[in-house]
Write a protein that binds this ligand. Sequence first.
Ligand code: DX5
Ligand code: ZN
Length: 228
Amino acid sequence: MAYSAKIGPSILSSDLSCLGSECVRMMECGADYLHLDVMDGHFVPNLTFGHPMVECLRKSVGQDPFFDMHMMVSRPEQWVKPMAAAGANQYTFHLEATTNPGNLIKEIRESGMKVGLAIKPGTTVEELAPWANQIDMALVMTVEPGFGGQKFMEDMMPKVSWLRSQFPSLDIEVDGGVGPDTIHKCAEAGANMIVSGSAVIGSDDPRSVIALLRTAVSEAIQKRSLDR
Ligand code: DX5
Ligand code: ZN
């Protein structure tokens, strides 16, 4: 099986005045990658940071950590080159934010980044499907994008199961309300890239939470491969 369990803390709910050290702390606690939430106050009703911050973060944490940029922005075309130059590894844009996903996918690749494609809860997985063979990762949002700490939407799981059945080796990410209480639903449905914000950052023992999330996903992957 091509895909493996990967846990990516969302640093949105960390102390943003210490972002560099928070990223380092997450990597030391066993994170496989870092999920960085970019919001523009237009595509979503909240505002975070942009490529200048990513550039500083890259300098501060070194070349190793993989930066998955979750671009909750209108006109995602605008930030491809600046994000690549700042040191982003993957550019995850929202299908709802563009009229020309094919061209954007091409531009992201030409900039040397991996391609992630995200859908909000109201967007069907059939709308994502035509692009699935051209992307590295599909992100199924399990909350309305905009804020950390929201309740997990279990009714998004059929989207994950369907994608897993249609695209057996695709990286499938879930984001929003994912933690020890909800990970098993995600793992059983077939998600393998797990974003977790408040459940990891807010824990006294993030290392154990990350390990627990990874174990749940690894076990589900193993079970799926035995069932085949
Ligand atoms: C929400 C963001 C998420 C968020 C996840 O719009 O995309 O990445 O930070 O945080 P939790 O895990 O607390 O829902
Ligand atoms: Zn996110």
